[in-house]
Design a protein around this ligand. Sequence first.
Ligand code: C5P
Length: 401
Amino acid sequence: MPLAGKRLLLVISGGIAAYKSLDLIRRFRERGAEVRPVMTAGAQQFVTPLAVGALSSGHVYTELFSREDEQDVGHIRLARDCDLIVVAPATADLMAKMANGLADDLASTILLATDRPVLVAPAMNPKMWVHPATRRNVETLRKDGLTFIGPNAGEMAESGEAGLGRMAEPLEIVAEAERLLEDGAKPLSGRKAVVTSGPTHEPIDPVRYIANRSSGRQGHAIAAALARLGADVTLVSGPVTLADPPGVEVIHVERASEMLDAVLSALPADIAVMVAAVADWRVATPNMEKIKKQPGEGPPPLMLAENPDILKTVGHHEKRPKVVVGFAAETQDVESNGRIKLQKKGADLIVANDVSPETGIMGGTRNSVKLITADGIEAWPELAKDDVAGRLADWIAARLT
Ligand code: C5P
């Protein structure tokens, strides 16, 4: 019984389908779940907090600026103190807010503050569902890791129009919530993964450093994709401007030596995916003070020392993870260099990509990769980095099982 003893936060927004949320509360509770309801102002036009409170047998949260509620649990605890958030019905308006990070009432603030899985059951007029704005918002929310159930096709309660827009039935929502909460359902549950991402900064002096153009997009997307499959992920990130992916433990580092320490302290792990563009060299002895221009003396010499190879260290470590994946950013001979790297680094897979400036891959949002294993080479079509990440997480899950 995956719902027994689980704490659900049910966000009800303002649509006629809100009447079905009353039944949904009963279905969840029949299965042993505890339901905390949050209602938007719109929802209260369709069903009353009294009815929702009677069925959930507890307090109904409606206000962001309620002194009583804030003293009691507070919106941040509401957002985190649950196993799953279910948004049913989710109106087009609430989804637009969620996709854009707006937080102007209790429901939207909770949805922005949460780090818990979110299941969304949309309900709206069919024209609103197919509107390009809603399409964009759904796409964004899917990429953010939210799960959707429905909408179903059928006749609309209020207008009689037919099409996609009816909220999924309560029992369908219950089944999807059970699937999400069932630990064994995710192929990487119980598995530990360590991922590196971004560039490293190797100091020259307190203000200057050696760096590269890596954005961290691919590594961060892989960490998020592994977490979505249920893995317990530690992401060791160099300096990037990206947000920490949801549901991932992030360790922020600057130098390669710090990245190595953080990766080794995350072992043992089942999976290592070393995506970071680690600087090959560091300045042997960074200056403690800012190096000054000396008139007539010319530029100072920089003595470089080799950085540790993190992938190679992990690939040959006594606690070597079962699946070790490396990347090979090359500007020439992508395949043959990838094969050599597979051997040298002790990896099971090298994801090779051509980072010549004309490809726009380094720092961009798309990637075109070749998978190099002992068995051969598989070329993937050009994909968004998020999609490369999703496919790679599936590849890793298949390899482990
Ligand atoms: O040797 P090269 O830098 O081309 O290898 C790329 C792969 O090795 C990437 O997976 C990268 O994360 C990893 N690497 C590393 N530590 C280094 C250099 C590269 O982990 N010092």
